[in-house]
Write a new protein. Structure first.
Ligand SMILES: Nc1ncnc2c1ncn2[C@@H]1O[C@H](COP(=O)(O)OP(=O)(O)O)[C@@H](O)[C@H]1O
Ligand SMILES: CC(=O)N[C@@H](CCC(=O)OP(=O)(O)O)C(=O)O
Length: 299
């Protein structure tokens, strides 16, 4: 029999007791987790991620997973000899690309994540914005300035969408039945076409519609970094516009933080940019005082 005074055992008990106030605070609340293409590559990390989600469900939190798969869509298109073009981080999507995006996201990746969660002892239900009338998309357009004439012109991105209407009842039904919804960022438009939605945008809109306690965006950096590479632990929307103006944030981090700002201003309590390369990053963020990553709250 093990020694009940063994310091290692006592430390384990202390870890659980430290987590108790957080479990009590968040029981019954919804956490939306965006799991990205870059954070998805390593099977061990995928397993840790699935364990975290199943643990959240087991302590009475309602996790909702929204996943990406940009690199995987790119790889599939490459085998077909199709090169992608991106405008402001969005993949220009013709009818063939929309079909491939749906096949990769709703088919392969969605079912892979459902499988990981099942292996970690949970029950997941895979769906896209099409199922149960969850999301109706509207077409996204972008404007760009011609550098010579300075005239602004509209850039057609094809079948790129953003959530227009969200009916959360299908998510609530799945969660209430003890299952974890796993959502692919694909949705129909009013025109009946299939739209490809950036996964961060999809997750942010769903977090706002559900009035989620947290939106977690798992990515491949430790959080938002300042110009010296130091982690910025707490940000408000006003800080984010300053960081954008002074060039501290760039590339994929710009739409990511815009999503966070929109989510916290539209009903989600707080958003966290978190390192998906760290084992159990979500548990550390939720159940310890130190936290991890960058927390974004409304001004
Ligand atoms: N200030 C910053 N702090 C952290 N990452 C930044 C910053 N500015 C730009 N980035 C870039 O943003 C990237 C994350 O965005 P993205 O590649 O779109 O992530 P994902 O594919 O996980 O959705 C980082 O890998 C980093 O290169
Ligand atoms: C319109 C648009 O760009 N859609 C994305 C959807 C997947 C995604 O966002 O995946 P990550 O989170 O892994 O980047 C795409 O086609 O790549």
């Amino acid at each position: 029999m093990s020694n009940p005074h063994d310091p290692a055992l006592l430390a384990r008990a202390a870890t659980l007791v430290d987590a108790l106030p957080y479990m009590q605070r968040y029981a019954g609340r919804t956490f939306v987790v965006k799991y990205g293409g870059h954070a998805m590559g390593d099977p061990e990390l995928a397993n840790d991620f699935a364990e975290d989600v199943v643990l959240l469900k087991a302590v009475g939190i309602n996790p909702v997973v929204v996943h990406g798969g940009g690199p995987q869509i790119g790889a599939m298109l490459k085998t077909m000899g199709v090169e992608s073009r991106f405008v402001d981080g969005l993949r220009v999507t013709d009818a063939q690309t929309a079909q491939v995006a749906e096949m990769v996201l709703s088919g392969a990746i969605n079912k892979e994540i459902v499988g990981w969660i099942a292996r970690a002892g949970g029950k997941a239900m895979g769906l896209s914005g099409k199922d149960g009338g969850l999301v109706t998309a509207r077409k996204v357009t972008r404007a760009s300035k011609d550098p010579d004439s300075n005239i602004e012109k509209v850039v057609d991105l094809g079948f790129v969408g953003e959530p227009d209407r969200i009916d959360t009842s299908v998510i609530e039904t799945i969660s209430a039945a003890g299952m974890i919804p796993v959502i692919a960022p694909i949705a129909p438009g009013e025109d009946g076409q299939t739209y490809n939605i950036n996964a961060d945008t999809m997750a942010g809109a769903i977090a706002a519609a559900l009035n989620a306690a947290r939106l977690f965006l798992l990515t491949d950096v430790s959080g938002v970094l300042d110009k010296q590479g130091e982690l910025l632990t707490d940000l408000r929307p006003s800080d984010i516009s300053r960081l954008q103006q002074d060039g501290t944030i760039s590339g994929g981090m710009i739409p990511k933080l815009e999503t966070c700002v929109h989510a916290v201003e539209a009903g989600c309590e707080a958003a966290v940019v978190l390192d998906g390369r760290v084992s159990h990053a979500m548990l550390l963020e939720i159940f310890t005082q130190e936290g991890a990553g960058t927390l974004i709250r409304a001004d």
